[in-house]
Unconditional design. Structure first.
Lengths: 361, 417
């Protein structure tokens, strides 16, 4: 059985609310069956709008959305058969947990004994057996969230949409829920489209991530690729921590380029620069730069330590390097022998391959 | 458990409860002083008048005090035949004293309430009694008018002996206590109050229904429209609120009369012919229309305040789970608005049941309510005790509705804002 690569397809979708500004611009996105895809972006980037169009609560201004090969723009939400988890859970407060879960089954006229089996299964999936007769108001936030997840899955939809479902939970609960949702996805193989503005959530849960900004998908790739190989400076800035140098390409040859900064030249990996004289932003992950590099690195510069912040498992060091006073280094806690003290001058090195020369900001 | 019975002490050794009371005493006094003016105001303007009303509605002391000797001598009279001479004698002296104090007119009014025909014979007795001779008062009084020789009238006087009575309440539901002490209905052609009670309930009920039907969509629109439109709509809802009740009622009179705008419009579009214009005023229709419009905000506001708190994602959740828009509305949205519906309906019904000005102006004869009857007795017949009795019956009716509502819906489920 081959997996449908275009289970959900956004085809040249535009969306505008006021006829003046496009919230979503020419969206082209394919989602494979069984995939966990996350739409990640700052607020106002159009990700929730995309989700609402898929759910049927907003209509595309232009273009078409296909679900399993069928155009769905003219199908009302209740006939799409898409499960959805809302930001504030949207549990029906006047119904018990059981009734909440029974709602989608009752409207589908599923016999009671069969429905009861499905409800039991869904509740055990989120480990909430025995909570069926509680009212949502008697549950904690995490439990309500699990009920919402169970409710979106109880009628066996092929596609589940989640709109920032963990936004209201505290940090620890959020992390454990991330794993729980990921495991549920893995065990039942449903297609999930997940919206969040929390990048760590996106990185831990998804098969693929679509980074939204300004109504456009900036990059669509797997979490590791997104982190290691951002294609533009927005993605590099938005995902994880990032050190940047703004400069001008002075030479480009052999898969390397020389970038002229105010005080020195650095070598970088040309990603979106083509020729000499172009402005560029060089992006470097903090963990790719080392203190007192032992092996041969093609970028080694001296910087002055401006701030040291203890973080438990690691120490963050802010360094003034080549005119950038916001250069961050992460030093693992085990390397306490290093001479990290405020005001010290230290040598910093990195490989030109890890320094990606992207579009200028 | 021992920990429950053991007294907890503070570090200074004072029992915790005592210490807490001491610490909070000042705040309690402050709080009481803050509410004291309002409490006093409520006692003076609400508790006292209602207490006074209650007293008035059962008070029958007036006649008791006017004829003290008569009632004392009547104690031995069995009420079968005409009372003995001593009753007549006592009555004569009581009456003489009343004439001196010029209070015999009041007596005749009071006795006339009990039985028609007292007014003229008391007037006559007053004239004739000046020339009465001492002794044998029975003969002399009986010769004044033949009704004085009728035992029925003496029984009527005796019925006024007790200082308290529930007659006014019986009268309020078209019943009375006859000479034998049986409680019976008044003749069919004189049962006015029951019709009024039924009409009051009917109009209040339908006005509540109409208000609900009209307010629900408006409130929903208010709660879901974007701010800039909902503010405008809110002003439209509240604008009538800020206009005088009298002005609004008067404008309905202009609209609804036979030569009014609504009739003109109907004639213009050919709905009715010019010589057959609709009668929409001075009948029930007038009361329905005007009261529904005037009470509408009282339904809209509680509904709106409840609907505002219902997250739009609930309806979306209902739809995404497969419910048609109607199912999502009926199973999800509607049950959540019940507290607002309860509050609105209770408010409108209770206001409608005691409505006065509007039915008085546009209700005509067939559209007046019980409150108009109360006002009539307050102002025209001056039978304040009857008015009080009906007022209290209305009040207890409202309390019964409140109690029923509490039983059915639960007062905790009410949400006014």
């Amino acid at each position: 059985m081959s997996v449908n690569k275009e289970f959900v397809k956004f085809d040249k979708v535009d969306k505008s609310y006021d006829g003046k500004v496009l919230v979503v611009k020419d969206l082209q996105l394919d989602i494979a069956e069984g995939e966990f895809i996350t739409m990640l972006g700052p607020s106002g980037s159009g990700k929730t709008t995309c989700l609402m169009m898929l759910a049927g609560f907003e209509t595309p201004t232009n273009g078409e959305i296909y679900l399993d090969g069928n155009a769905i723009s003219s199908i009302p939400p209740h006939k799409r058969g898409i499960g959805m988890v809302f930001q504030n859970y949207a549990l029906f407060p006047h119904m018990t947990v059981y009734e909440n879960l029974a709602f989608p089954l009752r409207v589908r006229k599923i016999p009671k004994d069969e429905a009861d089996k499905k409800i039991d299964k869904a509740l055990s999936m989120v480990s909430l057996q025995g909570f069926a007769q509680r009212m949502p108001g008697q549950l904690s936030g995490g439990q309500q969230q699990r009920v919402a997840v169970a409710r979106s899955l109880v009628f066996d939809p092929q596609l589940v949409l989640m709109d920032e479902p963990l936004g209201a939970l505290d940090k620890n609960l959020r992390e454990s829920m991330q794993y729980e949702i990921k495991h549920i996805h893995e065990s039942i193989g449903v297609t999930v489209v997940y919206v969040t503005h929390d990048q760590s959530e996106a990185l831990t849960m998804s098969n693929r991530i679509a980074v939204f900004n300004d109504g456009k998908v900036q990059q669509l790739s797997s979490p590791d690729e997104l982190y290691e190989k951002p294609v533009n400076s927005f993605v590099a800035e938005f995902i994880g921590e990032n050190n940047t140098f703004a400069g001008e390409v002075s030479d480009i040859s052999g898969g390397k380029c020389k970038v002229k900064l105010a005080s020195a030249d650095i070598l970088a990996n040309p990603i979106s620069v083509k020729g000499k004289g172009e402005r560029t932003t060089v992006s470097l992950r903090p963990e790719r730069a080392l203190i007192n590099p032992s092996d041969k690195m093609d970028n080694i510069h001296k910087g002055k330590i401006e701030e040291v912040i203890y973080h438990g498992d690691h120490t963050r060091v802010r360094i003034n390097l080549l005119g950038n006073s916001e250069f961050i280094l992460k030093v693992p806690n085990s390397s306490s022998n290093l001479d990290i003290k405020l005001g010290n001058e230290i040598k910093i090195g990195w490989n030109s391959e890890d320094a990606r020369a992207l579009d200028p900001k | 458990m021992s920990s429950e019975t053991k007294q907890i002490l503070t570090t200074d050794g004072i029992p915790l409860e005592v210490s807490l009371k001491k610490a909070e005493k000042k705040n309690k006094i402050k709080a009481f002083l803050l509410v004291a003016p309002l409490l006093l105001f409520i006692i003076i303007t609400y508790v006292f008048p209602i207490g006074d009303m209650l007293m008035r509605s059962v008070d029958d002391k007036m006649v008791t005090e006017m004829l003290p000797k008569t009632f004392k001598s009547m104690e031995k009279w069995d009420g079968q035949d005409l009372p003995p001479e001593e009753v007549f004698e006592a009555f004569y002296f009581d009456f003489k004293k009343l004439i001196e104090e010029e209070r015999e007119g009041k007596l005749s009014t009071q006795l006339n309430y009990t039985k028609n025909g007292f007014k003229s014979i008391i007037k006559k007795l007053r004239r004739k009694s000046k020339s009465f001779e001492e002794g044998n008062y029975k003969e002399q009084i009986m010769s004044v008018h033949r009704r004085w020789a009728d035992v029925e009238y003496w029984r009527a006087i005796k019925r006024r002996a007790p200082a308290y009575t529930y007659q006014k309440y019986l009268k309020g539901i078209d019943m009375y206590e006859n000479e034998k002490g049986e409680i019976i209905n008044v003749p069919e052609d004189r049962r006015v109050h029951r019709i009024l009670w039924m009409r009051t309930l009917e109009i209040a009920f339908f006005v509540t229904v109409f208000c609900f039907l009209m307010a629900y969509p408006i409130a929903h629109l208010l709660a879901t429209l974007p701010m800039k439109y909902s503010n405008l709509l809110m002003i439209c809802v509240l604008l009538p609120f800020w206009t005088s009740l009298l002005v609004r009622t008067a404008s309905w009179m202009i609209l609804l009369q036979q030569q009014g705008i609504v009739n003109d419009f109907f004639v213009m579009i050919g709905l009715v012919s010019d010589d057959n214009r609709l009668e929409m005023m001075f009948n029930k229709t007038g009361s329905y229309v005007a009261m529904t419009q005037i009470l509408l905000p009282f339904m809209v506001l509680p509904l709106y305040s409840v609907m505002k708190t219902i997250s739009p994602s609930l309806m979306r959740a209902g739809k995404s789970l497969g419910g048609t828009p109607f199912v999502a509305f009926w199973k999800v949205y509607f049950p959540l608005t019940i507290p607002g519906i309860g509050a609105g309906c209770l408010l409108v019904f209770i206001l409608a049941i005691g409505y006065y000005i509007t039915p008085a102006l546009v209700g005509g004869a067939s559209g007046t309510l019980i409150s108009n009857q109360i006002a009539f007795h307050m102002k025209s017949t001056l039978d304040w005790s009857f008015a009080s009795a009906m007022g209290l019956m209305l009040l207890s009716g409202v309390l019964v509705i409140y109690w029923l509502y509490n039983k059915l819906v639960g007062i905790d489920n009410i949400k006014l804002g």
